[in-house]
Design a protein around this ligand. Structure first.
Ligand code: 4AD
Length: 503
């Protein structure tokens, strides 16, 4: 078996007409008399290999015909351009060697329930969808580091084990640290603030933990967050930094992952619009929108659209069910079955949205100034905009102790949430930090925390206090938004959720 011309699938475009070898796994196959179509994946892409009887030995032809999905193998053949083939190239196979045969791979193309796939996450990572999301996550993380490194920020690694309550006392994971309680960090912000007083512009990037008793599609108990912090900056400066940062990430994903975005069915046009400036509204404006006619009209229109969507999905399901009753080739039957499962899950989602629409409309209409915006409120605001929206100046009582009180209106703080468009909701939370020693100490007490536990944090307000601030961007929520994936559990390789940790 000549392996000296070994290439990756991503290199096929440079090897048209040549005989090369590929090593990978059998993603899928079908046979039709004297010809077989093997789809091989090798981590860089998919390639269809054509096996013709007579062009390989009869034994090999038979072996390949019965080879199970996810068997590992090395194939040799001639590369040709074929626009209709997956990836745009295919290989006319001349030889193959099975590295390790696999039988009864548990994940079939017929699709499975969420629970089953999460239990089999170690295998499901090989699926086309997970592969595309994984590649995009990689680009997002690379873009995060690149943006800050290229803009003069210094990376500061903040501790995971900490005694500080960074956000709220209700969501701490306690750890027994040699007999004393510590917890897993909710945020690196407090520590990174101290580093900003040394380096000026800093960021920390790592896993953060919240014991959130929430099973929503937006919550994980372990998620990755990047947190820049800048000395001598005001709210406008932080907003500008955030919109440049998010636009850079979106642009990098568009540049590097066009085909993955397409495979995932992401809205490329919408992503192309992600350029500064983003919309800016205050919390009070958001309340007016929610409680006013604009949101009411918008939600009524949305309900109509959802009902139409439901009708169309039901029509397609009926067509496919009818087809399945007739005589079909096995591959077509499997393809229909997979589409049916997809459609039924879409129908489920549309049904849930139809059911939630009046509830969300009621919650929005009953908006009361003073409370944090709910998930559904954020969804409505973000659905009403085609670009990300900054919501600024939240009520003081609804937000964390470290946020700076607006000196022109002490009912609000100088903070913001950034809502991704099309209903994805919050991806960033940030603020100017309270830089006055006494006001911060008072806030710490108001929060039921002990001032002495925060003495080092208060020191920053004692020795050369400066206006400063920053934000935290959640990686999984950002990936979910960019890929169009509804649930953030799909956007981290091994998700940790409140109700279950699978593998
Ligand atoms: O708004 P949050 O709680 O802000 C902070 O933690 C600040 N200390 C950040 C800072 O100013 N340095 O969280 C920031 C972001 C959210 O917008 C969201 O993207 C993500 O972190 N996030 C979560 N992602 C997944 N699961 C959860 N349970 C999350 N909680 C927050």
């Amino acid at each position: 078996m000549p392996n000296n011309n070994k290439v990756y699938i991503s290199q096929l475009k440079d090897n048209v007409g040549k005989e090369v070898a590929l090593s990978g796994w059998l993603y899928n196959s079908r046979a039709s008399g004297k010809i077989q179509f093997l789809i091989i994946r090798d981590g860089t892409g998919l390639c269809q290999c054509i096996v013709e009887k007579g062009k390989v030995s009869d034994e090999l032809f038979e072996e390949l015909k019965h080879l199970g999905r996810e068997s590992s193998l090395t194939v040799t053949g001639t590369v040709r351009e074929e626009a209709r083939s997956v990836g745009g190239f295919e290989m006319a196979l001349t030889d193959a060697e099975v590295v390790s045969p696999a039988a009864d791979y548990p994940i079939t193309p017929k699709s499975h329930g969420v629970d089953f796939l999460l239990k089999n996450r170690h295998l499901h990572l090989r699926s086309q969808r997970q592969w595309c999301i994984g590649k995009i996550r990689h680009t997002v993380i690379d873009a995060i580091r690149r943006f800050f490194n290229d803009n003069g920020f210094i990376l500061i690694d903040t501790p995971i084990l900490t005694s500080m309550v960074g956000e709220d006392k209700q969501t701490l994971f306690e750890v027994d640290y040699f007999g004393s309680p510590l917890h897993l960090t909710q945020t690196g912000q407090l520590h990174v603030e101290s580093a900003a007083m040394s380096f000026g512009k800093v960021y920390c990037f790592g896993p953060t933990f919240r014991a959130e008793r929430s099973k929503t599609r937006r919550h994980l108990t372990e998620f990755w967050m990047v947190e820049p912090e800048v000395a001598f900056i005001d709210l406008d400066g932080i907003l500008e930094l955030a919109e440049n940062f998010v636009s850079f990430i979106a642009d990098q994903v568009l540049q590097n992952n066009g085909s993955e975005l397409e495979t995932l069915g992401a809205d490329l046009e919408a992503l192309e619009k992600i350029k500064p400036p983003f919309y800016r509204i205050t919390y009070t404006d958001a309340g007016d929108i929610l409680a006013g006619e604009k949101a009411k009209k918008f939600l009524a229109g949305q309900l109509e659209d959802l009902k139409n969507q439901k009708q169309q999905i039901e029509k397609r399901i009926a067509e496919l069910e009818q087809e399945q009753k007739g005589q079909l080739k096995q591959w077509k039957r499997d393809k229909n079955a997979a589409e049916l499962i997809e459609l039924r899950s879409e129908l489920n989602e549309v049904d849930t949205k139809i059911e939630n629409n009046p509830k969300h409309a009621k919650l929005a209409a009953e908006f009361v100034w003073g409370k944090d915006l709910g998930g559904s409120d954020e969804t409505i605001i973000s659905q009403m905009h085609d670009k990300p929206v900054f919501v600024t100046h939240y009520p003081r009582e609804a937000k964390a102790f470290y946020m700076k009180t607006d000196r022109d209106n002490d009912k609000v703080v100088l903070n913001f949430d950034l809502l991704a468009p099309a209903g994805f909701g919050e991806i960033i939370g940030g603020s100017v930090r309270e830089d006055d020693y006494d006001l911060l100490a008072a806030r710490i007490t108001e929060f039921g925390l002990k001032v002495e536990d925060y003495s080092w944090y208060l020191d920053l307000r004692k020795y050369g206090s400066v206006p400063h601030g920053g934000f935290g961007l959640g990686v999984e929520r950002t990936v979910a938004w960019l890929t169009g994936e509804r649930h953030i559990r799909q956007c981290i390789p091994f998700p940790r959720m409140m109700d279950k940790v699978y593998i």
